[in-house]
Design a protein around this ligand. Structure first.
Ligand code: AR6
Length: 175
């Protein structure tokens, strides 16, 4: 395990880090899963900031694999970095590179914000149906490659339950 990677079980909205990542959809206007939890915990300020992003930089919605930052509203984190994971049944040959882009682009946004720590949920592995084992390997490799470039960042993977955490830990063994 890379020395700057942490694996946790819990609610990502409670993380006391500079940035938490949201597994959003391209509308940026909220949804279920971790997206719903983040908007509920952070309050209206997040939705307002997302609407501004839609009105400005991304009128057609945030493309899959891209990442943008907003306030974290009432949460302890300073920022939410919204990224859109691929829908597994629709991404074909591009699934792996799109999911890797979610992690890499989110990390680069965190870097631009001056963050030294960031927490990720298991992007695309809920409603978007990405197989958890494969998603784990892609997530871990993307983060490890970024850290191996020498960036100073502590990265947490936060799983909603112990079973998902176990799948992740077993899937990345030996990487
Ligand atoms: N803390 C940490 N992880 C969580 C939390 C939480 N509070 N809540 C759920 N998870 P999903 P996706 C886990 O479905 O697959 C939304 O409607 C969950 O157990 O949230 O990328 C969006 O608006 C799972 O392991 O995201 C999009 O439309 C992981 O977060 C769509 O779902 C991701 O599951 C995105 O689907």
């Amino acid at each position: 395990m890379h020395k700057n990677i942490r694996i946790k079980t819990g609610d990502i909205t409670k993380e006391q880090v500079c940035a938490i990542v949201n597994a959003a959809n391209s509308s940026l206007l909220g949804g279920g899963g971790v997206d719903g939890a983040i908007h509920r915990a952070g309050g209206d300020a997040i939705l307002e900031a997302c609407k501004e992003i839609r009105a400005g930089r991304y009128p057609e919605g945030l493309p899959t694999g891209e990442a943008v930052a907003t306030t974290a509203g009432a949460m302890d984190a300073s920022y939410v970095i919204h990224t859109v994971g691929p829908i597994f049944s629709r991404c074909g040959n591009a699934c792996e590179s799109l999911l890797a882009s979610c992690y890499t682009n989110s990390l680069n946004v965190a870097l631009e914000l001056g963050c030294k720590d960031i927490a990720f949920p298991a992007i695309s592995t809920g409603i978007y149906g990405y197989p958890k084992e494969e998603a784990a390997r892609i997530a871990y490799r993307s983060v490890k490659d970024f850290l191996d470039e020498g960036h100073e960042m502590t990265v947490s993977f936060v799983f909603h339950n112990a079973q998902d955490r176990k799948i992740f830990e077993e899937s990345i063994r030996g990487l």
